[in-house]
Design a protein around this ligand. Structure first.
Ligand code: SF4
Length: 488
């Protein structure tokens, strides 16, 4: 999972991108980067760690120009190394371009192999670099045509931003797996800059107004002439990632007309309705479990308490893979409040169980703090299948729900009872978070073009990690790409 931010036409482009990335930090903490353009050349800075670690005032001052794109990364394709950090910027025959990508390409391995056989040299293991090569090799003349040509060859999930010396291009894949929003920010001279971000929370922070979402399959080209909307791809059924609502997106975001906060509260209400249990308190696994727990408490009448406190100051999480740190993982992040839990029948609400190891540690932590009973409630169905569209999930063999029944998982995590939401209940709860769409001024880009009928019900979302119903097929490539050059 990653976050992208872009701005065109503002003298404070680098500083605003820094702030915009800050509001997207929850989408990736391994690396961050910004590329700016002054109309003549691009300026790049990337680094490992949180946004606040990567950029100093001096570095931001060197990022010149009035347009920029930025990226925060959580590794999905490629490992956690600086060379895989984004944006990726290159020079090619027509100038310079930089690319920031949220999502995952399902045919990247095959394309990578074909490109290498034709002489391409790769610097990173990130699938984003495949797109860069396809753009550079395109025979089209205009940059937007080259981008459309390149993306017509890739499959999978992408919400991406591309910066050239003169333009900013935003594209969302035809199914719209990952969100991408368009906004506008007034400038001091009475004009307005265009802004783009994975989530509208970035707009709130910098004082920009949300205009609308980039539609699935839409390309926006922003340059000195204004904004132009194109639809260069064959239409496909919209399949927004439902796990954005369950876990990834910030609760203060509204995506595709659905309030993430309301969706999560509805998930908790549904859990209480379908899987309520006699209890003294209900507690969240913070932070993502908080709204669902509020919904559970409201529906069931069981008092909401904060039984676990999360530390937000763990710092540069890319050191996590070290075994010595991982050992302390849950303790570093969560600590129980014994006075809330001692002698109580406790319901814990969490958003998912992946391998089961973290849930087991949390249940033990709550029991060690004195809980009399521990009932685990999960605000999504069992995670049975891996994600191939940009979320870092382990292989199917490592997903506990792929090989264990709910009761077997209950025994493994040592809870007294365990229950998940059904697929239908999850989809219903998320859909109930929908609010009427805002009016879009016809004069704004795409304002007269929002004609795509919304898919309804379960067809509106991707839910493959729960159902195995993959909207875009994925065949593992026989060759697993490994970078053998480590730039430390
Ligand atoms: S497989 Fe799951 S996590 Fe991946 S895009 Fe689909 S719903 Fe989202």
């Amino acid at each position: 999972m990653c976050g992208v931010f872009g701005i065109f036409g503002h003298p404070e482009a680098a500083n605003l991108t820094y702030l915009g990335l800050h509001a997207l930090q929850h989408r990736g903490q391994e690396s961050a980067g910004i590329v700016t353009s002054d109309g003549q050349q691009l300026f790049l800075h990337r680094g490992m760690g949180h946004v606040i670690d990567v950029f100093s005032n001096e570095q931001l001052a060197q990022l010149q120009g009035d347009s920029a794109i930025g990226h925060v990364r959580y590794a999905t394709a490629g490992g956690s190394f600086l060379k895989n950090a984004q944006p990726i910027a290159v020079e090619y025959s027509r100038g310079s371009i930089a690319l920031a990508h949220n999502g995952n390409l399902t045919n990247a391995e095959a394309l990578h192999e074909q490109l290498e056989e034709r002489g391409s040299i790769f610097q990173s293991a990130a699938d984003t670099e495949v797109v860069i090569h396809l753009i550079a090799k395109s025979t089209q003349r205009l940059i937007e045509d080259r981008v459309a040509d390149a993306l017509s060859q890739v499959e999978g999930a992408y919400s991406l931003l591309l910066l050239s010396e003169q333009s900013l291009i935003a594209v969302r894949d035809p199914r719209g797996f990952r969100p991408l929003c368009l906004g506008r920010l007034p400038t001091k001279d009475g004009g307005a800059a265009w802004v783009l971000a994975s989530e509208p929370t970035s707009f709130d922070l910098i004082g920009a107004k949300m205009i609308r979402e980039v539609e699935p399959g839409e390309m926006l080209i922003i340059d000195a002439q204004g904004v132009h909307s194109r639809r260069p791809f064959l239409p496909a059924p919209k399949r927004m990632c439902i796990f954005e609502y369950v876990y990834f997106a910030r609760p203060d975001s509204k995506l595709d007309g659905i309030s993430v906060y309301e969706a999560r509260k509805n998930l908790g209400r549904a859990l209480a309705r379908d899987h309520g249990v006699e209890a003294d308190v209900v507690i969240p696994v913070p932070d993502s479990g908080v709204p669902a727990t509020m919904g559970y408490a409201e529906q069931s009448g069981v008092p909401f308490e904060l039984g676990l406190v999360r530390s937000h100051y763990i710092g540069r999480t890319f050191i996590e893979p070290q075994q010595s740190i991982r050992h302390f993982g849950v303790r570093l992040k969560l600590n129980p409040i014994s006075d809330v839990l001692r002698g109580k029948r406790v319901v814990i609400v969490d958003d998912s169980i992946v391998r089961g190891t973290t849930s087991r540690k949390i249940v033990k932590m709550v029991r060690d703090a004195g809980a009399k009973e521990v009932h685990l409630r999960i605000s999504s169905p069992p995670t049975n299948w891996p994600c191939y569209y940009g979320i870092d999930t382990p292989t199917r063999a490592e997903l506990i729900a792929a090989s264990h029944s709910v009761e077997e998982i209950n025994q493994y995590v040592t809870s007294d009872t365990l229950a998940y939401l059904s697929l239908d209940a999850m989809i219903d709860a998320v859909l109930k978070g929908e609010t009427p769409p805002p009016e879009v001024e016809p004069s704004l880009p795409g304002g007269a073009q929002r004609h795509l009928p919304l898919a309804t019900g379960r067809d509106r979302f991707c839910h493959a990690c729960f159902s195995g119903d993959y909207p875009v097929s994925f065949t593992p490539h026989p060759r697993q790409r490994q970078m053998r050059l480590r730039d430390l």
